[in-house]
Write a protein that binds this ligand. Sequence first.
Ligand code: C2E
Ligand code: MG
Ligand code: MG
Length: 570
Amino acid sequence: MSNFDPIPVSIKQQLMTELCEQIDDAIFILDGNLRYLTVNASYELLIGYKESFLVGRPLGIYAAEFLSEEEQLILKDIKNNLSEKGFHELDFSMANRYGQMIECHVTYRKISVEGVVYHVGMLRDMSSVVKDQKQVAHLLNYDQLTGLPNRKVFLSQTSDILLDTYQEVVIVRLNIDRYRNLANLLGPDGINSLITSFVERIKQLELAHLRCLSHFGGDDFALLFECKDGNMVRHQLDTLMQMCELPFPMNDSATTDANIYCHVSAGVSYFPKNDGQVTGLLTKAEKALQYVKQHGGDDIRWYDKTIEEATAGSLQLEAELRVATTDGQFVPYYQPKFSLDTGAITGFEALVRWQHPTRGLLKPIHFIDAILTHKLSFELFSQMANQIAKQLSEWQQQGFCQHICINADAAEFSHPDFFDMVSGLLVQHNIAACQLHIEVTESSLIQRHDNVRQQLNSLKELGVCLALDDFGTGYASLSYLQEYPFDFIKVDKSFISNIETDRTQHAIVKAILDLAVALDMQVVAEGIETEQQRDVLLDMGCKQGQGYWFSKPIPADVATEMLLKQYTTE
Ligand code: C2E
Ligand code: MG
Ligand code: MG
């Protein structure tokens, strides 16, 4: 310490002045009446006014002639605190000379020098920190695509409302049906634009009593209503469902027609009837939503006790289906296909029936969705294919060469053993490949998996005939005809039901028949229920059909009798 020289006061003052000039924080000195005496360079830069302009002016008044009421209150606070405590600190946003908003943190200190009062202010620009904080808060609380509040915000708003409401509170959970299929069809940009348009439509409805519209992500939405009577929301929800069903125009090359049609499923619960807590209400709305989805979607369901029972039922169904796949409880019924002209049987469609141990013979409507949900499609297919192959070989030995058509979902093609199993069965039972037809529904092709295409091509090379089922009911019927090697188009029964009188149905079927001729494909009309329908179709040039007018689906022995009868009458 011996050779340490303290700096002289004048040097220290010069250094401090220099530091004040160069520091990033904006510094300003005011007199006892809060008028500017001097400011540093950072202050000039931030505020946008030169020192020469500011000197003598009262704090806060630059270009404007007067202060707003809010600014006057702030100023009063500053004055009071400085005179009482000699210190004041505040955060606020202000516009600089160029109209830019600056988030400031300001401290004021009262300093007396030689008996004169000064106020020294230091202003720090917090804009970037505040912006970051706001961004993080936005990311944490809002969905980035739609800008709607997320699940967290929804839950907190709901519990706030539940705390002090004197009305009923309704929670709606809303999903878009077959969202994954739509996402695969439209691609990432297309599905995002669909979701954005969807949200815009809900907003435009300006639903009464709506307190929060929330986006939980993907196709998952929630709405919160508060009103005197929960039932008042029923009408609003009906309107919402209707507006969802209007077409959404899409400019996407993946879809041949430019419109996308959406359906939604909704589950509803309400306070105080269903629950008093936010989590309980949400769970119940979600159970109601699951219920709707398990029953095909496109519906609204208000929570009640029967939903709990149904959920337990669906768990039991899964367990029973697993037993059915191992115990061989699935049997094919055969619906004959006829030549519309000669009335001769041309082949059969195999339709699964479940020989349930206690409930009797069940149709696919009771279990086919559950088969898909629980990923048992391949097990069902192999059980059906084995029985069908045996049947073909038996009929062959009796001299019948009709084909059998088996229904398959694209999920079944994805199975790695699919092709080997089909080709193995043909060899094992000595069946010509062309006697086996496979029908694929349009709705199952929507995912456009490459391996579905490969499997269909391999089957086609093997000689198996392929049919596109329920033609006209999916999203992109025409593009499937281009993409996959189909031999048959099966016209959905919804186009046949009124073909005798409905000009639109007539025109659609005519167009399909013309298209099939151009593409060298054959057409089978489904769901022929009357002689007139058969006659109209025959007149139009349709050669094959099936339906209750000819025969319902029948067990194998009855189908054999039918074949025998046909041969004896020929
Ligand atoms: P699909 O393949 O379009 O089969 C035609 C459905 O229409 C059958 O119903 C049939 O009984 C019914 N049908 C036939 N003719 C008429 C008619 O004239 N009028 C009316 N209203 N209906 C008629 P089913 O047997 O209940 O089968 C329903 C659907 O279940 C089938 O539709 C098919 O998509 C699916 N399915 C059936 N068996 C299987 C299977 O083994 N595997 C898979 N993955 N799906 C199957
Ligand atoms: Mg079919
Ligand atoms: Mg069909």
